[in-house]
Design a binder for this molecule. Structure first.
Ligand SMILES: [Zn+2]
Length: 431
């Protein structure tokens, strides 16, 4: 995919869109989409969308767009894309990725095929800790080059906003280096990147047996330095057995909040942790959520914390169990979908693949998967005012799919039907 960089994108009209999935709210309910609202896509048939300066200015039918007086007067200045009946939707918001690593984890892959569990692999020196050496050794330029290549690949699959975590360095220097690499890559990519400090990913070997000391390093060194240099908007913690306890998670949340950073957490992937005591920190998102009790589901239904489901991890780990998306959605919990792109448990950059798994293994309807992959991802990144739906005033972030019905996006699994992606008004196409 070639990205054409221009300082100020020309006005852009997408016209003759077979299905334009605007995701304009269909109800007056504020906040992230929940319950029945999750499947309301507000589709315009034979639609058109005009953007100027990277922002959407009008959304409607092709007929209205071509009659628009401004458009008729300025037609020569406008880049016009005839979508010829294809589907256009908001660019995907991949709200959970770990792109700062050096190589794949092929030994873990084979061990798992031979029957080893997540924890057995970690105990044998594989898992997250085996990615540390490469990142600690790598230069910032090499890491940022890898991140940029990943962002471009993601755009080729329709993603325009990416949350990118550090977390494979786990020293103050290498976590800062990872975030600097994300920032350098983001400055060369026309899409939007939200950086997250995941210093509390696992306890590194040097601190084994004294996790409290490592948590102090995260709280008193990493977080203040990251906040001061504005290298991240969020702080994440892997709260689970084998990683960090609920108490340690709260210490990290406390430090993050004290330094003006928002929080999110990996929660309930391997075991259940009661959630009530975290809510005072207003976490933007709890991610994974394979294990969650009924009381906490009712509690989350009353909060704006998004449950971010990452079925790619369940798929790649060969698990039979997936998060109970139906129960979450039907109970009113706002649900988002993300890839969890990482070298150990979910090496995919494809949001359409995550959506397909959501449909087949978590019984989400294609419409619910679309909203979870766009507007609710935006909510989980505090970007819902700019991203996740096609409405005037929002960023011109679109994905064009070479299909005639949006349900084909999760249906044709493992095939990339995204033909072009618009990132803040800039066109990146595959031809
Ligand atoms: Zn993750």
């Amino acid at each position: 995919m070639k990205i054409q960089r221009k300082p100020q994108p020309r006005p852009l009209l997408l016209v003759n869109i077979g299905q334009l999935l605007t995701l304009r709210p269909a109800s007056f309910n504020p906040g992230p989409r929940r319950g029945a609202d999750l499947k309301e896509l507000s589709i315009i048939h034979d639609g058109a969308v005009l953007s100027v300066g990277g922002k959407i200015v009008s959304v409607g039918t092709s007929e209205d767009a071509l009659r628009d007086p401004w458009f008729r007067k300025n037609r020569r200045k406008v880049v016009e894309i005839n979508c010829a009946g294809k589907v256009v939707l908001p660019g995907f918001v991949d709200s959970h990725t770990h792109p700062v690593f050096v190589g794949p984890r092929l030994v873990d892959f084979e061990k798992r095929i031979e029957g080893a569990s997540y924890e057995e692999i970690a105990n044998a020196g594989g898992g997250i800790r085996s990615s540390l050496a490469g990142v600690r050794k790598a230069g910032k330029a090499a890491l940022s080059h890898k991140v940029l290549a990943t962002l471009r690949d993601m755009a080729a699959y329709g993603t325009t906003t990416v949350e990118a975590k550090s977390g494979y360095g786990l020293t103050v220097e290498s976590e800062l280096k990872s975030l600097e690499a994300i920032s350098a890559a983001a400055s060369l990519w026309p899409g939007t990147v939200v950086a997250t400090l995941l210093g509390a990913h696992v306890v590194p070997k040097e601190f084994q047996g004294c996790s409290q000391k490592y948590v102090e390093t995260v709280c008193t060194e990493m977080i203040p330095r990251v906040a001061k240099r504005k290298l991240a908007q969020f702080v994440d913690v892997f709260c689970d057995k084998g990683a960090f306890t609920a108490e340690e998670t709260k210490q990290v949340f406390e430090a993050a909040k004290a330094h003006g950073l928002s929080v999110r957490a990996h929660m309930g992937q391997l075991s259940e942790t009661p959630l009530a005591s975290f809510l005072k920190f207003e976490p933007a998102s709890f991610d994974h959520m394979d294990h969650v009790n009924a009381d906490d589901v009712s509690l989350l239904a009353k909060h704006d914390t998004v449950a971010t489901l990452v079925p790619g991890a369940n798929y790649f780990l060969g698990l039979r169990q997936y998060p109970n998306a139906r129960h979450l959605i039907d109970s009113g919990v706002p649900v988002a979908l993300a890839t969890d792109y990482n070298p150990g448990t979910s090496p995919t950059i494809s949001m359409p693949m995550a959506m397909s798994l959501a449909c087949t293994h978590m019984k989400m309807l294609p419409a619910e998967a679309v909203a979870a992959a766009t507007i609710n991802g935006a909510w989980s990144l505090h970007l819902a005012d700019r991203k996740g739906s096609i409405e005037p005033g929002k960023d011109a972030d679109f994905a064009i799919f070479g299909v005639s019905d949006y349900r084909e996006i999760p249906y044709w699994f493992g095939v990339n039907h995204c033909v072009a992606t618009i990132l803040s008004g800039e066109v990146a196409s595959r031809d």
